[in-house]
Ligand binder design. Structure first.
Ligand code: MFK
Length: 189
């Protein structure tokens, strides 16, 4: 087991912020790695039910679009489809023990996605160049496997310090805008 293992369902803000930096995140009953917003509910709010990596490196996901992501009548909002592809494609490195963040994502919307019908996403790493990981995948309607959407994008492998660096960057932004506010107030006085 890696030193990054994380078996508990942490509650404190400190522990929650550490969550995304672990290679073994909390999972739903179906084994879906849970993002920060879904950990307390212990279920993926996008509707992911299960995930698995096969021996060829392809990741498979079972899901349904929840009713509360309805866009057009009885079909998914496009933002749900894009979010699911971001999530599923982003899980492929994670399933292989690699932390990453999305840098670019392109989505082709082929057919509307019906609400609360079983769909499947499969995704795989196409290639790696330096820290860049190129991933593609598609969403199909079960059981006939008609293609509903395709996604492809670039993920950047990151280390555990990524979000700490971001917190520092954000504090700098806040202090700069605070200093600007003071200067503006003085200039107006
Ligand atoms: C816990 C369980 C659940 C896990 C869920 C995962 C699924 C969800 C995934 C997400 O949604 S992540 C959230 C959305 N994404 C972000 O918030 C990323 C925001 N952007 C960043 O943090 C930075 O821009 C980024 C880390 C992507 C790059 O910043 P860097 O300062 O590291 O850029 P740098 O200039 O050092 O470039 C590093 C590498 O990235 C490449 N790169 C940077 N931006 C790129 C870009 N836009 N497209 C392609 N490549 C890019 C760059 O060419 C270079 O490649 P090489 O290492 O090969 O030289």
């Amino acid at each position: 087991m890696s030193q990054d293992s994380h078996k508990c369902h942490c509650k404190s803000p400190t522990d929650r912020s550490a969550g995304p930096d672990v290679r073994d995140p909390p999972r739903s009953d179906g084994g879906v790695a849970l993002c920060g917003a879904c950990r307390d509910k212990k279920t993926c709010r996008l509707g992911l039910i299960s995930e698995r990596l096969d021996e060829t490196g392809t990741a498979w996901f079972e899901l349904r679009c929840p009713k509360d992501h309805e866009g057009g009548p009885n079909v998914a909002h496009g933002g749900w489809t894009a979010s699911v592809l971001d999530e599923c494609l982003g899980h492929v490195p994670l399933l292989q023990g690699v932390l990453s963040v999305t840098a670019e994502l392109a989505v082709s919307f082929i057919k509307p996605v019906p609400i609360e019908r079983p769909v499947e996403v499969r995704a795989r790493i196409e290639r790696r160049e330096g820290s860049r990981i190129y991933i593609s995948g598609e969403m199909v309607l079960l059981p006939g496997r008609a293609v509903l959407a395709r996604g492809k994008g670039t993920w950047i492998a990151r280390d555990r310090t990524h979000f700490a660096h971001f917190e520092n960057w954000l504090a700098e932004q806040d202090s700069m805008s605070g200093a600007n506010q003071v200067a503006l107030t003085k200039a107006r006085a």
